[in-house]
Design a protein around this ligand. Sequence first.
Ligand SMILES: Cc1ncc(COP(=O)(O)O)c(C=O)c1O
Length: 488
Amino acid sequence: MEVFSKSPFHTVPARRFTQTRLGTSASVPRSAPSFPSSPSTNYQKPTYSFQNSQSDFTKAALTRASNYLLGVYARPGFVLSHGKGSYVWDTEGRKFLDFSAGIAVNALGHGDEGVAKTLAEQSGKLLHTSNVYHNEWAGKLAELLVNLTRTEGGLGYSAGDTNTAGANPKVFFASSGTEANEGAIKIARKVGKDRWAAASHGRAWDSPECSKLRIVSFEQSFHGRSTGALSLTNSPKYQIPFRPLLPGVDVGKLNDFDNLNSLVSEDTCAVFVEPIQGEGGINTASIGWLAALRKRCDEVGAVLVFDEIQCGIYRAGTLWAHSTFPRECHPDIVTMAKPLANGYPIGAVLLRDDIAQTMTAGTHGTTFGGSPLACAVGYHVLSRLSEEPFVSHIAEMSTYLIGRLELLSRWFPQILQPGVRGRGLILGLGFKDEKHPGLLVNMARERGVFVLTAGKDAVRLVPSLTVSKEEVDVAVDVIESCLGEMQT
Ligand SMILES: Cc1ncc(COP(=O)(O)O)c(C=O)c1O
C-alpha cells in the first residue's frame, strides 16, 4: 500500500482533520464490514509448545539471559529474532502475530524499510552531538509536532485551526516516556513556584515557604518507574519496595466529579492524567470530567498534564487522544514517547508557550534527548502516521476490530464484562475473573498471537497501526477459540 512506503523526508502539508469518532457509526469504512455469526473454533489446540524443541542456539540465549540480565522481567521461554509488519519470528522459526506492538510502540510495524533507511542514512551522517550544539532534526520534528497539533487539535487548539499567528508551543526532547514525565514534573513545579510567588505579595519564587508543590495523579495510572514518575504511578506493587517516594502526591479516582475541589487545591502545582489509561486497564477519561478537571486546574492555577505516552500519536485514531475534544478540556502539557520513532528511543514534552517561558537555559537538560538520529526517525515516522490515508486506515481497522470484539461479551457472557474498552487501536476486553486475562495472554501466545494484560482485569490489544483486516481476523479468531476453551 503506497501510503506505508513514502520517501523518508517528505514534507507534510497542513490538512484539515475530519472529526470522526473512531469505532462508531460516525466512521465511514470503505464498505460496511460483515461479521461472523458464531465464534471461531479454528485454534482450539495450541500451535506451539515452548517447553520442547529448543535448539542449542535458543537454549544458550536463554541461559545467557538468565545468567547475566537483571531478573526484573518475567518472560516466556523463547527468543525473538526478526519481524516484518505485524509479524515476528523467534529463533526456532515460530511465527507470531504481534497485537502488542512492543507495548504500543511499533506503529509502522516491524522491519519497516523507511524507518530502517532513515536510521541507516542518519546514523552514517550524524548520530549524536549532545545538546551543546544544534542539529537540524530536533527543530524539524518539534515544528511538525506543533503544526500537526494546530491543524488536528490539542493543547488548546481546535481541530482545523490553521491560524499560525501567536506564540508557538514548545517541545523538549527526552529518550523515554518516563523521562518526558520527569521533565513535565519539573516544569510544573517551577510554574507552581512562579505562580505562588506572583500571588504571595512580593515573596520570591524560591522561598522555602512555597506551598504550591503538590501533584495529583489517579488510581490505576501509569507514568513510569523512575522515582518521580513512580510517585505518580498509583500501583502499590510498583511503589511499595521503593518508598519513600516524592512527597505531596494526592491520588484521585478517574471520572469522579465529587471530590475534585478537595483533590485539586491551591497547593496543587500539577495534575497528571492519561486520557486513556493503558497499563491500568484501558480506562477512558470522559470529556465532561476532563472539562471539570481543567476548570478546577484554572481555578487554583495548577498545570494540567496529559500523559499521552501510550494513547497519543494516532493510537486512539487522532494525533492526540484529546485532539477532537472541546478546547475547554485541553491540557497545558502533553507527554509522548512510545510510537514517535517506531521503537527507536525517544520521548517528548509539548507545552503551551506561556508556561514554557519559565524554563530558561540551564533549568533542564539531557545528553541523549533530541539527538539527530532519534529526531530524524521521529520526523519520518510522524510524517507517515499523519498522512490522511493512514489515519483513515486506522479508523477503518478500529471499526472492524471493535465490531468483532463487541460480539465476544455476547458469546462469552460468563467470562467477559460487557462492551469493549478504549478507542482507535488501543482497545481492551474486561474479564470477570482476574485470573483470566493472564490465562488468555498465555493461551493466545501458544496459538501464535501476542496480546497484553492491562490492569487487574483486562486484556489489551494494541496492534501496529498498519494492521490489516486479515490480521484482525486471525487475532480475534484466536481469542474466540481461547475463550471457547476457557468456557469448557
Ligand atoms: C501512559 C504511560 N506513561 C509513561 C510510561 C513510561 O514510558 P517508558 O516506559 O518509555 O519510560 C508508559 C509506559 O508504558 C505509559 O504507558
